[in-house]
Design a binder for this molecule. Structure first.
Ligand SMILES: Nc1ncnc2c1ncn2[C@@H]1O[C@H](COP(=O)(O)OP(=O)(O)O)[C@@H](O)[C@H]1O
Ligand SMILES: [Mg+2]
Length: 343
């Protein structure tokens, strides 16, 4: 197979921690052709979408670990037509680059792209999770998103909880996620001003969300492949923070999914597959889904270590199967077409 990883810059890869590097290592081990590129490398040449990328190769014995691959790998710069790939694996960090998706639209019928472009467009922000159908808030927390300060203040005032979560709609890595206490009324207007208005005259959406009890003990990251959980871990906040993100100082622990979490994964999983979201990370607190991470979810290295798994091998099995199925279907179609043509 020919696989193109559209990802963050190679020199930003941290070899001991990086999930993408594990998947690349597995692909090269199985002798697939791997090219890495950044979204900025997408180029149209004579109306054909190409990419400036690096073709990866290794001289001598194949490195046993992803770290040693990172040290030994050779890279050859090439401009290549995107439709020549079997798979495009999107591993660029959020925020999602919409222009990148516009380039990829031109090859979406030729190449298996994960995650699906339309799915990425819909699910790349927290509105997707907030609007998943769950009127009784059994697994989606009550969530309000607005730029209207008076409305947001009213929500806080009318809330039956004495604290709520305030966060930017397009945040990541826990940035800007704060707990607001209902009785801190004196600060709320100023906070909303700060979050909503920005210097360039634009304004930002903010989320007000029910505070999920138990969040101080951590959240659960679940990696979902083709609608099913393949691995999970618990992330526990640092003693001086309420956020569980590893990038905000959280630490990880082993976790087995509860019955309730498994049931939720089943329900969410069906929707994810329908939207072409084949490889995503769910963030769950106390049985409630707070986020579906669709751009380059991480966690493979930690989950592998905690559970003694090799998730990258399941992921590459999955893409191999999809590509095989697509090529068998294409071959069958052309044989049958020929039969009808010659009738
Ligand atoms: N509704 C909530 N109740 C309690 N804690 C929350 C809530 N939403 C977020 N948090 C805490 O903040 C962290 C980051 O929130 P999240 O919505 O996943 O944003 P980000 O995209 O920045 O990771 C979570 O992992 C959790 O620890
Ligand atoms: Mg998160």
């Amino acid at each position: 197979m020919n696989i193109c990883f559209i990802m963050y810059p190679w020199d930003k890869v941290e070899p001991t921690k990086d999930s993408t590097l594990r998947i690349i290592h597995e692909c090269l081990k199985r002798k697939h052709r791997v090219v890495t590129a950044s979204p900025a490398g997408l180029t149209m040449r004579n109306s054909v979408t190409n990419v400036f990328g690096s073709v990866l190769s290794v001289n001598g014995p194949f490195p046993a670990t992803a770290q040693s691959l990172y040290k030994k790998v050779k890279m050859k710069e090439k401009m290549l037509p995107l439709a020549g790939f079997d798979v495009i694996f999107m591993r660029a960090n959020p925020p999602l680059d919409i222009m990148m998706l516009n380039f990829l639209d031109s090859v979406k019928d030729d190449v298996f792209i994960l995650n699906d472009i339309q799915g990425l467009r819909e699910a790349n922000n927290k509105l997707y999770t907030a609007s998943l159908d769950d009127p009784s808030h059994e697994y989606i927390p009550a969530t309000h998103v607005s730029k209207n300060k008076e409305y947001l203040k009213r929500v806080i005032k009318e809330s039956t909880q004495d604290r709520m979560i305030l966060k930017p709609l397009d945040g990541m890595g826990g940035r800007g996620v704060i707990v607001i206490e209902k009785d801190a009324v004196m600060n709320i207007t100023s906070l909303l001003d700060f979050y909503i208005s920005s210097n360039d005259g634009q304004s930002n959406y903010v989320i007000l969300q029910e505070y999920i009890e138990g969040a101080e003990h951590g959240d659960v990251r679940v990696l979902m492949l083709n609608g099913e959980p393949i691995g999970a871990m618990k992330r526990v906040p640092a003693s001086d923070d309420h956020r569980s993100n590893v990038s905000a100082g959280g630490t990880v622990k082993r976790h087995s999914l509860s019955k309730q979490e498994k049931d939720m994964c089943k329900v969410i999983g069906r929707r994810l597959v329908a939207d072409g979201l084949y490889f995503v990370g769910l963030d769950i607190i106390n049985g409630k889904l707070i986020e579906v991470n669709v751009c380059s979810p991480g966690g493979i290295v930690n989950i592998n270590r905690l559970n003694k798994t090799r998730l990258q091998s399941k992921i590459v099995d999955f893409i191999e199967n999809v590509v095989k199925y697509r090529s068998v279907a294409a071959q069958r179609r052309s044989e049958y077409r020929e039969k009808v043509q010659n009738a």
